[in-house]
Design a protein around this ligand. Structure first.
Ligand code: RTP
Ligand code: MG
Length: 141
C-alpha cells in the first residue's frame, strides 16, 4: 500500500475541549505519523479560501464563522493509506451518524462543531498541505 500524506485539522471545538493529545494518540495508534504541525487562529480570508469548494453551500457562512471562532491545530499525517485511514478515524460528518469509537462520535457536538477536518482525496490532500505549509516545514522522509 502507498505511503500517503493528508491534512488533519483539529477544529476550534476540540481545541477548546483540550483533547488535542487524545486525538493525536488515535493517529499514532493507527500508524499515522505527525510530520508537520502548527496551531493557528485562522483569518476569515484563510478559512474562506480553505473551504472555497463549499462557497455556494447554504452552510458556508456558518462553517467559516465556526472555523475562525478559536485556534485550530493543523497537522500533516503520513502513513500507509493515510487519506482514507484518517477519514475512518474521524467518522461521519454528523457525529450522530459517526461509528462508535471514532473521533467525531467521541468528541464532536454537532454537524457544525464536529471536532476534525480531514482531506477527502489524495489530490485535495496535496492542495491542502500546500495551503498551510511550506515544503521546508514538512519533515523529509
Ligand atoms: P471536513 O471537510 O470538515 O473534514 O468535513 P467533511 O468532509 O466530513 O464534510 P464536508 O461535506 O466537506 O463539509 C465540510 C463541513 O461543513 C459542515 N457541514 N454542515 N449543515 C450541513 O448540512 C453541513 N454539511 C456540512 C460540517 O462542519 C463539515 O465538517
Ligand atoms: Mg470535507
Amino acid at each position: 500500500m502507498a505511503i500517503e500524506r493528508t491534512i488533519s485539522i483539529i477544529k476550534p471545538d476540540a481545541v477548546a475541549k483540550n483533547v488535542i493529545g487524545q486525538i493525536y494518540s488515535r493517529f499514532e495508534a493507527a500508524g499515522l505519523k505527525v510530520v508537520a504541525a502548527k496551531m493557528k487562529h485562522l483569518s476569515r480570508k484563510e478559512a474562506e479560501g480553505f473551504y472555497a469548494v463549499h462557497r455556494e453551500r447554504p452552510f458556508f457562512n456558518a462553517l467559516v464563522e465556526f472555523m475562525i471562532s478559536g485556534p485550530v491545530m493543523i497537522q500533516v499525517l503520513e502513513g500507509e493509506n493515510a487519506v482514507l485511514k484518517n477519514r475512518e478515524l474521524m467518522g461521519a460528518t454528523n457525529p450522530k451518524d459517526a461509528a462508535p469509537g471514532t473521533i467525531r462520535a467521541d468528541f464532536a457536538e454537532s454537524i457544525d462543531a464536529n471536532a476534525v477536518h480531514g482531506s477527502d482525496s489524495l489530490e485535495n490532500a496535496a492542495i491542502e498541505i500546500a495551503y498551510f505549509f511550506a515544503a521546508t516545514e514538512v519533515s523529509a522522509r
